[in-house]
Design a protein around this ligand. Sequence first.
Ligand code: 0X9
Ligand code: ZN
Length: 302
Amino acid sequence: NMHWKDYHDLETIYGFMREIRSKFPNIVRLYTIGQTAEGRDLKVLRISENPRENKKVWIDGGIHAREWISPATVTFILYQLMANWENQPAHIRGLTWYIMPVMNPDGYEYSRTTNRLWRKNRSASRRAQCNGVDLNRNFDIGWNGYGSSTNPCSDTYRGSSPASEKETKAVAEFLAKRKYNLEAYLTYHSYGQMIVYPWAYKAVKVKDSAVLQRVASLAVDRIAQKTGSTYRAAVTHEVLGIAGGGSDDWSRAALGVKYVYTVELRDRGAYGFVLPPRYIKDTALEGWTVAETVAQAIKTSS
Ligand code: 0X9
Ligand code: ZN
């Protein structure tokens, strides 16, 4: 059974998704959008009372294998939504939510069983000892640019071509088909306690960056109130440097999504990727706070 006192393996997370579907058969759909190189399913839940008309929010986690707090947070968001769906405010119930807790299942399991600090997926490369592509360098935006590597042994290897990876391709195709009314793309990573928005692939701000900054700042304030943690709102390239091929930039450039945020969860380096389980609950609450704030912003701007 699901809880947030510890991290879970992929099968437990997928079991939780199936359980949500069977509890809410009328509003929840469970998609298998593809398979990984090692044959694992890529799963996405849709929660919606009105799929034809609602504005849509996409949430993903687990792009990077070792960032365990990310799938934990995204499953917590799912729990927050569904545990109390009937009593959610209209601006939450009136959205269509797409939730993908683990975009990189092969990497996640590899990090759990074999190499805790693994980052990439596990697809085979031409260099035997150096498997894996950084999925957050593999999307078709600024792919041939700065901040990623052409070396398969690098942790930021961009892959042999844009969307060369099955995970990237599955997500990109799924979203491209659903870009109508897609208002938000939220992707959860760790660590650093930051909420960042495009662009990352070039040192330019998006035209509506003032709006993105305002909503992110509001989330930062609410997080401080709720848990006492200090997050920072900023343009990606200004705080993390230039990097092409990210899912966040792609969702804005290719799909025109307005509220695009990468959330770097806890901590700020004390434990780094190996965040002790006792911090999961509050960190996940911080992640939920971002999603709530964005949902409210969508409602206000329409
Ligand atoms: O470098 C990344 O992919 C992210 N940081 S992490 O430490 N979790 O790996 C930041 C992603 C920011 N967005 C883009 N670079 N597009
Ligand atoms: Zn990451």
